[in-house]
Design a protein around this ligand. Structure first.
Ligand code: ASP
Length: 305
């Protein structure tokens, strides 16, 4: 079996078998399983894990911090704004510095798509991509798949509509790799400027949200990534009406299907308040499961590797 990568940059770094093991491990951790020697992850010295978020985050950073602490590793938050990165040091030198200080693994969020790829050949320390520009956000897609498994949603042979800014969303890109790996089909939906340029085999794209919902078994809604657009788009103004998922729309289409969102949600834009408070919405479960999936990933990289 292929060994767990030292740099988890994108979904394709993992085999299907490794992903299934992560889901199994997240499930066990959620049910209270404590890994042997978890106070120091079974090692002589307590591993040190750092987060370095060079872009905003609430969920990802905190759930990693909680996961690290629950596993009994030592946590340091590397504050990029007050670090030497601001003095012009490059990321490689910063990571080498962390390595020589004894840090084992760093979770990095960066606005530069593909920035972590350079470390794959000879990684100074283990790295997890916490979201890189518009490229990927692999741990989010993995926790989404875990949530599907937990909810009894077998995506094999089913269709997921990804509705929103499919083109600029790193979460959308990670799901685009992951869902077909597990036999699912994707319908991309949103304003035409938000649809991917290349539609993978077996997937579809539409600007008609009713059509996407009607053809789907699972809805995955995405925020419009305004911070990644060079200018305001015409569709911003009537997005809710044209592309928003709301309870009225779902009722009119007679669809009672699960609704996912990676957060943060702009309520009244991509989702309405009634949907978020309904049984269909799995966003809070995704948040809960994020801790256990991230624990499973850290465990795989720090202990099982
Ligand atoms: N939190 C996710 C991300 O960092 C989704 C989003 O921001 O829209 O990509």
């Amino acid at each position: 079996m292929q060994s767990f990568p030292k740099v988890l940059e994108c979904i394709s770094d993992l085999s299907k078998d490794q992903i299934e093991k992560l889901i199994h491990s997240a499930n066990r951790l959620k049910s209270g399983y404590v890994p042997v020697g978890s106070r120091n992850l079974g090692r002589k010295f307590t591993p040190i894990v750092a987060t370095s978020f060079l872009e905003n985050s609430t969920r990802t950073k905190h759930s990693f911090a909680i996961a690290i602490k629950k596993l009994g590793a030592m946590y340091i938050d590397f504050n990029a704004d007050t670090s030497s990165l601001k003095k012009g040091e490059n990321l490689e030198e910063t990571l080498l510095t962390l390595h020589y200080q004894g840090v084992d693994l760093c979770i990095i969020r960066t606005s530069v798509s593909g920035e972590l790829n350079q470390f794959k050949k000879d990684p100074p320390i283990a790295i997890i991509n916490g979201g890189d520009g518009i490229n990927e956000h692999p741990t989010q897609a993995l926790l989404d798949l875990f949530t599907m498994f937990e909810e009894g949603i077998d995506i094999n042979g089913k269709t997921m509509a990804i509705i929103g800014d499919c083109k600029h969303s790193r979460v959308g890109h990670s799901l685009t790799s992951l869902i077909p790996m597990f036999g699912g089909k994707i319908i991309f939906c949103g304003p035409k400027e938000c649809l991917p340029e290349d539609i993978p085999a077996n997937c579809e794209a539409t600007t008609n949200v009713d059509e996407a919902i009607l053809k789907s078994d699972v809805l995955y809604t995405l925020r419009i990534q305004k911070e990644r657009h060079s200018q305001k788009a015409a569709y911003y103004d009537n997005y809710e009406e044209e592309f928003g998922v709301n309870l009225k729309r779902l009722q009119r289409l007679d669809k009672k299907i699960p609704v996912f969102h990676p957060g943060p949600v702009n309520i009244g834009v991509e989702l309405d308040y009634e949907t978020i408070k309904s049984d269909l919405y799995l966003g809070y479960k995704q948040v809960t499961n994020s801790v256990f999936m991230r624990m499973a990933i850290l465990k795989a990289m720090l202990i099982d590797a």
